[in-house]
Design a binder for this molecule. Structure first.
Ligand code: F3S
Length: 767
């Protein structure tokens, strides 16, 4: 078919390579020879070599086959971008292999309103922002500065496109699925794979189909689809799955509403979520000045329905939701899967002794700050104003982007909100990520807040563990602030107007898109569409900074058998939180030496039962990182022994970077959590498991361990898993030969030899 996907030059880097993707998809179809779901089509058409990935697998792909993927784009937020870029810099490349963007949003505190807050946050974080800006300039990465907006909203407005596959260094990256993309949240080292053009590996997810029928009405909103679904699936129900929506109800949703639904798929642990191509996506693309991209997407969709599931495609699981009968939901406190339909919420408040009074209402964030959200909220605020009623509790609004802020100002909504006493915060994460300088409550004071955000772990918003945080749609948050009563149900309860008369709020009304178009706002915030790398640009890192430090590449493997000492034996559960604690340490995300002072401080010493205690040869006790630093300065490589599922929890890459930085060469345990094991391999640490678990008991602290056949394994370049033999000499002179297992692939052997995956990738790029 002679269909053209060509777009004007300024749209090129923002349009998926449809022609190439469709060609690859044809190959996939030939091999798999069965109907495909939408998520499969997008994902599999980004596989580097379909032949290698799928041939001979007998169709057993989902949940089993590792896919090597070529993502189209990368987005990074300011907190996680620091380590991603520091690692990227060590590869020695002049520019990124795929288009990328940096977004300054997480480090901005909400307190007094946008203008003052932004100034104050820039003052405190300027060295981090300057570093990120300089990286953007040097490597040709779009830099969206503080105040420009929240990563996911900007991605939706500018980069997300049906059929795109992208990575983002933030867990809510799946928001882009509202525009039909496959967008996955990852850690920095994974982002570096894409930034350097190295295939990124993912075990093919299973596909959970959610069939939507009917149409939302009255007070119900897209948010209720996902707050309801979270209750059905629970926080782990989506693990290992992509959630793919389908059914005639999909066509009734706005593009931004679908983004809200995809955004919170992260709350059920899903790899990502996505929607088939709809007219509302087309309208959104045009409204955000991307008409030619909409045309290209339509053309791609016309070829065998690329942007929707094939007829007869099978899902691993299907859940059906009837939008027509879906009622508003409120989820929480403290977990997003505690879902209560609004009609039962008053009763739940009583039964659980949750506070009966609301203390604050917050709307916006990356989850819910679309034009549609804001216009529907404005319709409620206007009704209240007509009746002379003011909110009973503080009301905060965080616009998701400068474009949204400028558009709602232009269309009069901002005046409506300010007239009601609302505080409009900066276009940034603010209270959603604990950056809320709240002064109306004290720490420990039990109180209830309602937000239209996505996550409600304890202390997430205001740092107060006693604040009960409930998630719901912006419409319901807004209705509730006029009552102040947690049991209020706007569908049936009345408010009292200024004259003492009872009245009911009408269901909200709003526009999907701004009738007079989106305003771009302050042009200062707009980066160049395709910034060219400036090789002469200097990356700004102050040598005296305690927040940022350039990374020195780890030394390559020395080419001889390893000899090291056991720094400690860890007892029991050891998650990435035990290995690399978060909280106050997050400040040092860009400074490996400083953050490494937290290494394994949560781990328990098997020999003494103490936490954060390890012992030197002469019996002197040290904090674990202190002993690591001492041994490193003495040129003494070390190993840590551990039990089952070492490194469970998050993909936190500092849990592998810090041990490596402090001289760790090997982690020997009974079993690993898979992502952490991969992270160790990426950083050049040898991850081994006991062939016989009981051998854990044969090794003592300070024992000397020598590898006997590591070289043989490394030289056998076809190795994928195998046995490595260790000689253990305990301090009491007892000796043991023990067998261990490794799972290093061919590539991972090369990572180890080079010193790290980044070193290896860097050497490939330079040659
Ligand atoms: Fe920011 Fe909260 Fe979204 S932290 S990216 S607004 S989830």
């Amino acid at each position: 078919e002679s269909i053209s996907f060509s777009v004007p030059p300024e749209f090129k880097t923002r349009t998926p390579p449809y022609a190439a993707l469709l060609t690859r998809l044809e190959k996939v179809r030939e091999i798999l020879n069965r109907p495909l779901t939408l998520a499969e089509k997008i994902l599999y058409s980004h596989v580097v070599d379909p032949e290698e990935a799928f041939a001979g697998k007998n169709g057993q792909i989902r949940g089993e086959t590792y896919l090597k993927l070529n993502p189209d784009r990368v987005a990074m937020q300011d907190a996680s971008a620091q380590m991603a870029l520091l690692q990227f810099m060590t590869c020695g490349m002049d520019s990124t292999a795929v288009p990328a963007s940096i977004h300054c949003d997480h480090l901005i505190v909400g307190h007094d309103g946008a203008e003052k807050d932004l100034k104050a946050s820039i003052a405190v974080n300027s060295e981090v922002f300057d570093f990120l800006r300089s990286c953007g300039r040097k490597y040709g990465i779009q830099f969206w500065g503080p105040g420009s907006g929240i990563i996911h909203q900007i991605v939706l407005e500018n980069f997300s496109v049906p059929g795109l596959m992208m990575l983002g260094t933030d867990s809510h990256t799946p928001n882009a699925g509202g525009l039909g993309a496959i967008a996955i949240g990852v850690g920095g080292a994974d982002a570096v794979d894409a930034l350097t053009g190295t295939p990124w590996e993912l075990k093919a997810p299973k596909i959970l189909g959610v069939k939507l029928t009917g149409q939302l009405n009255g007070w119900s909103a897209p948010k209720d689809v996902i707050t309801h679904l979270a209750g059905v699936l629970t926080v782990r129900g989506g693990t290992g799955y992509i959630i793919e929506y389908f059914g005639e109800g999909v066509q009734t949703l706005s593009c931004t509403g679908m983004a809200t639904i995809c955004n919170m798929g992260a709350e059920v642990g899903a790899t990502t979520s996505t929607f088939p191509y709809t007219d509302s996506m087309k309208r959104y693309l045009r409204a955000t000045r991307r008409g030619p991209i909409a045309d290209a997407a339509s053309a791609a969709n016309n070829i065998h329905g690329y942007l929707r599931a094939d007829t007869g495609a099978e899902y691993d699981q299907v859940i059906e939701i009837n939008l027509s009968s879906l009622e508003p939901h409120i989820n929480g406190p403290f977990t997003p899967d505690l879902s209560t339909p609004l009609s039962q919420f008053g009763e739940a408040v009583q039964k659980n002794s949750w506070p009966s009074k609301l203390s604050a209402g917050l709307i916006g964030s990356c989850t819910n700050s679309s034009y549609q959200d804001m216009s529907r909220v404005a319709s409620i605020v206007r009704q209240a104003k007509e009746r002379g009623v003011k909110p009973k509790v503080p009301f905060f609004i965080t616009p998701g982007s400068e474009q949204i802020r400028a558009t709602i100002e232009n269309d009069g909504f901002t005046d409506v909100f300010l007239g009601a006493g609302a505080k409009v915060l900066a276009n940034a994460c603010g209270p959603c990520i604990g950056q809320w300088a709240r002064d109306d409550t004290t720490r420990g004071e039990v109180n209830a807040i309602l937000t239209s955000f996505n996550r409600n772990f304890r202390a997430r918003n205001d740092g107060n563990p006693a604040t009960m945080n409930f998630l719901t749609s912006p419409e319901i948050v807004t209705a509730m602030i006029y009552s102040g009563d947690m049991a209020f149900n706007p569908l049936k309860d009345k408010l009292i107007d200024a004259n003492g008369n009872e009245f009911m709020l009408e269901p909200p009304q709003g526009d999907e898109l701004p009738p007079s178009g989106f305003q771009q706002g302050d042009p200062e915030y707009l980066p160049l569409i395709d910034p060219k790398p400036v090789q002469s640009a200097e990356v700004v890192v102050s040598p005296t900074s305690d927040r940022l430090a350039l990374l020195e590449p780890f030394a390559p493997f020395e080419g001889r058998e390893l000899k090291m000492n056991v720094l400690m034996k860890v007892k029991g559960k050891c998650t990435t939180d035990h290995i690399s604690a978060a909280g106050a340490w997050l400040k040092y995300k860009g400074h490996l030496e400083n953050i490494s002072n937290n290494t394994l401080i949560g781990a328990m010493n098997e020999e003494t039962g103490e936490v954060n205690k390890a012992y030197d040869f002469d019996g002197t006790g040290y904090g674990i990182p202190e002993l690591m630093i001492k041994w490193k300065s003495e040129g003494r490589p070390w190993a840590v022994l551990a039990e089952h599922n070492y490194g469970e929890g998050s993909a936190r890459e500092h849990a592998a970077l810090s041990p490596r930085f402090l001289g760790g060469r090997m982690i020997l345990c009974k079993s690993f959590a898979r992502i952490h094991e991969t992270n160790l391999k990426k950083q050049g640490v040898l991850p081994l498991t006991f062939a016989n678990e009981d051998d854990y008991n044969l090794v003592n602290g300070c024992a000397t361990i020598e590898t006997l056949d590591l070289l043989q394994m490394l030289n056998n370049s076809g190795a994928v898993s195998g046995v490595i033999t260790l000689k253990v000499t305990n301090q009491d002179g007892s000796e043991h030969i023990i067998k261990t297992k490794h799972t290093m692939s061919k590539d991972q052997v090369e990572f180890f030899k080079a010193g790290s995956a980044i070193n290896y990738i860097g050497s490939l790029r330079r040659h």
